[in-house]
Design a protein around this ligand. Structure first.
Ligand code: GLV
Ligand code: MN
Ligand code: MN
Length: 424
């Protein structure tokens, strides 16, 4: 493995590619392997504008400058490293540097390091971009800190209201506005960014595959065909906090009961709707004492399905079960939709063109969300996937072999070279 977590979180210096020799994706990942290691959960915890993510952003700026790229931060905290002059009809590639809590080394960073390595490779071949070209790093893609996934790209595209975004809070109560201010950014400027958007001619995001499509097909690289409709709903159950020993069972209003019914209802409903997914991955009982009946329980539902109607009906069914369970225990329930994105079908002509260029690379659907999915409704967008031998993602076992990472860089460079000379 090229990027095993080691303790520590300070910003590493540039890896030494310095624009003269081509860096490998694995070498670049190794340079950031110490940043944001989570000693409690395992893997990495790197969240939007926290210490680890800021260290990675600093590292990205240094790597970009070492290559002679000019780095801009847009109104929404996304980083753009320009090879040549920024301008319209730009070819953009990149991904994100943040992770889920206890995530793997590849989801996000592989797309960023592959973009930098592809720049090195293209340069070594004497390629000079004939159109504006940039490597982008989107902010808070996982929503691991402020709850809304693809926050940087949603803000860029204007698909989340700026005031709503500014008020988002992390588990410690810090707002996005305060976290951005602390990072030297200006949250009053958040919002749809016509200037940055109108410059994007085409976006290509390379990503580690989050599934077993490529391993089963025996191919190192694939292209994305679609993304499931998906969203996050917050279920807040309120009961009565009390003593675990002194309160008779018949006198309780324990919100953990309907919360546990919610977990079961999510699995039941998703199992009954083929291809659907429903997950409760985050439950916070308050106050959270062993000998305390919780007064509230905060649960997050992640639900996904092939289309809008199926996703909506899945959530309706789960909510109905949760409401019945809350009523039976004498608890209240408040449900809030925190984020939503409809099904994405990537531009079929672009997908087929890139698949053809990459020796008929297989086209794969995915259940995972991406900034490319947000941008797909605004600009021609494509994704490349790199084989993941475990199929596991959002967990420390997420992996891509060094040879496959380099195959991904070669594929990305080929795609960028091709698109640089095309109308897209
Ligand atoms: C992000 O990777 C998601 O699918 O939630
Ligand atoms: Mn992810
Ligand atoms: Mn990702």
């Amino acid at each position: 493995m090229g990027a095993q977590p080691r303790p520590g979180a300070s910003a590493p210096g540039p890896s030494g590619a310095s624009g003269t020799s081509a860096a490998s994706a694995t070498g670049l990942l190794a340079a950031i392997a110490d940043v944001g290691v989570d000693r409690v959960r395992g893997g990495y915890s790197r969240h939007g504008f926290d210490r680890a993510e800021l260290a990675l952003r600093e590292w990205f700026v240094a790597e970009s400058r070492a290559r002679g790229l000019d780095v801009e931060v847009d109104r929404n905290g996304n980083l753009w490293a320009w090879w040549g002059k920024p301008g319209p009809n730009a070819l953009i590639t990149g991904s994100h540097l943040d992770s889920v809590p206890g995530g793997g080394a590849f989801d996000g960073p592989l797309g960023v390091v592959s973009a930098l390595a592809a720049v090195d490779l293209l340069r070594a071949r004497g390629f000079v971009p004939s159109r504006p070209f940039a490597v982008v790093v989107f902010a808070e893609e996982e929503g691991g800190r402020f709850g809304v996934p693809c926050l940087g790209s949603r803000l860029l595209a204007g698909t989340i209201d700026a005031d709503t975004a500014r008020r988002l809070r992390d588990p410690e109560g810090t707002t996005l506005a305060d976290a951005m201010r602390k990072a030297g950014l200006a949250p009053e400027r958040l919002g749809r960014d016509e200037e940055s958007l109108s410059r994007i001619g085409c976006f290509v995001e390379l990503h580690v595959e989050q599934g077993r499509g490529l391993i089963d097909l025996g191919r190192p690289v694939g292209v994305a065909s679609s993304i499931l409709a998906h969203g996050r709903w917050r279920f807040q159950f309120t009961g009565e906090g009390n003593h675990a020993g002194a309160t008779p069972i018949t006198d309780r209003h324990d919100p953990m009961l309907p919360a546990s019914q919610l977990v079961l209802a999510a699995r039941r409903a998703a199992a009954a709707a083929v291809g659907s997914r429903a997950t409760i991955g985050r439950i916070v009982p308050v106050p959270g004492g062993t000998n305390v009946i919780a007064s509230t329980v905060d649960c997050w539902l992640d639900a996904r399905a092939s289309d809008d109607a199926t996703t909506r009906s899945l959530v309706t069914e789960i909510e109905a079960a949760a409401r019945d369970a809350a009523a039976a225990e004498g608890c209240r329930l408040e449900v809030t939709e925190e984020s939503y994105g409809d099904t994405v079908i990537f531009d079929p002509a672009l997908r087929d063109e890139l698949a053809g260029l990459l020796d008929d690379a297989p086209a794969l659907p995915t259940g995972a969300g991406h900034d490319a999915g947000v941008l797909a409704s605004q600009v021609p967008t494509a994704m490349l996937f790199v084989r993941n031998p475990t199929g596991v993602s959002h967990a420390p076992a997420e992996h891509a072999e060094p040879d496959d990472c380099e195959a991904g860089v070669a594929a990305l460079a080929k795609v960028l070279e091709h698109l640089a000379g095309s109308e897209r």
